[in-house]
Design a protein around this ligand. Structure first.
Ligand SMILES: Cc1cc2nc3c(=O)[nH]c(=O)nc-3n(C[C@H](O)[C@H](O)[C@H](O)COP(=O)(O)O)c2cc1C
Length: 296
């Protein structure tokens, strides 16, 4: 699989099957982590693979943000003494964290290619992890990477909002051209068969019928899902892309908590209303060149 395709496909999972990760895949993952660069090319990284079920359970119990039920976790650590000796305080406090992030992302992308799923988990409690896993005091656990086979019905992906990109100076926004993504579905309109627009319309028609018989709360969800589908075609619009990411991240909350879903819809509507105001405002008058007293 092409690396760009792995990047496109990567999403973090928090629901895994109980199936163990085979030894070859583990070996490939730690190889990928080891291929990540290290500041100063000094060997400060330590990689700890945890597969023992009792240890896994304990790691989860001492790490409250460990939501994933994965059978494996790979802990990326830094030898603080070596990091400081090679690159000073900056090496210990900053570069090593960048190194750990690079190693973790290498594994996350390799996992996609291996048909596995991952989730990063921040190390909230170094002391507890050091105790449970026998990590020495001068070694800092930087990031945990949960690894396993994704559940057949994964939780909804939480997608990052689009990156804010500048060019040739902070604040100078750059909107790179949107290019076709490797391995991505070709736009429906370009293919024979139903267009994306047709499929969205059909979804709305079928939903209108379903709404008559479904519980009332499904109605707002159907509409929001319809909006999300329509927004597929609006990738060039920064505001709408941001709204799509927001909607896709929150839409399933309708099932969990009706009150907070209603508040979220209010916030969403507020954002659209403010954007409508911006779009309907008269265009700013062109700047008038300064004229001197003699009319020049
Ligand atoms: C440094 C870092 C720490 C993270 N820590 C956690 C965590 O403790 N628990 C968790 O469930 N997800 C964690 N995540 C995952 C993010 O929440 C996730 O990247 C975000 O929800 C976007 O989802 P996506 O990566 O699937 O697009 C972490 C991600 C990063 C980069």
């Amino acid at each position: 699989m092409d690396v760009l395709e792995s990047i496109r496909k990567r999403r973090f999972h928090r629901s895994f099957t109980g199936e163990p990760v085979d030894e070859e895949s583990l070996a490939r993952l730690v190889w990928a982590a080891g291929r990540a660069p290290m500041g100063g090319a000094e060997l400060v990284r330590r990689i700890l693979v945890v597969t023992d079920p009792d240890l896994m359970r304990t790691v989860r119990q001492v790490t409250p943000s460990f939501l994933a039920n994965s059978p494996v976790v790979i802990v990326i650590c830094t030898d603080l003494g070596r990091a400081e000796a090679s690159m000073g305080v900056q090496g210990r406090d900053t570069l090593s964290l960048v190194d750990a992030g690079a190693a973790a992302e290498n594994m996350a992308l390799a996992a996609v290619a291996l048909g596995l799923a991952t989730c990063f988990v921040r190390c909230a409690n170094d002391v507890a992890l050091q105790e449970v896993l026998g990590i020495p005091q001068n070694v800092r656990p930087d990031i945990l990477v949960a690894v396993g086979h994704p559940a057949p019905t994964p939780s909804a992906p939480v997608k990052n909002p689009p990156a804010i990109i500048y060019r040739n100076g902070f604040g100078k926004v750059w909107n790179p051209p949107s290019l076709p993504l490797p391995g991505a579905r070709a736009p429906e309109a370009a293919k024979a068969g139903a267009s994306e627009l047709f499929v969205s319309i059909l979804y709305l028609v079928a939903s209108a019928r379903d709404c008559l018989d479904e519980p009332l709360i499904y109605g707002p969800f159907r509409m929001i899902e319809g909006v999300s589908r329509m927004l597929e075609g609006a990738r060039d619009d920064r505001f709408l892309s941001r709204m799509k990411a927001e909607i896709d991240g929150q839409k399933y909350n309708v099932m969990a908590d009706r009150g907070s879903f209603a508040r979220w819809l209010d916030d969403l509507l507020r954002e659209f209303a403010a954007e409508a105001k911006r779009r309907n405002a008269p265009a700013p008058a062109p700047a008038v060149a300064a004229v001197d007293g003699r009319g020049r």
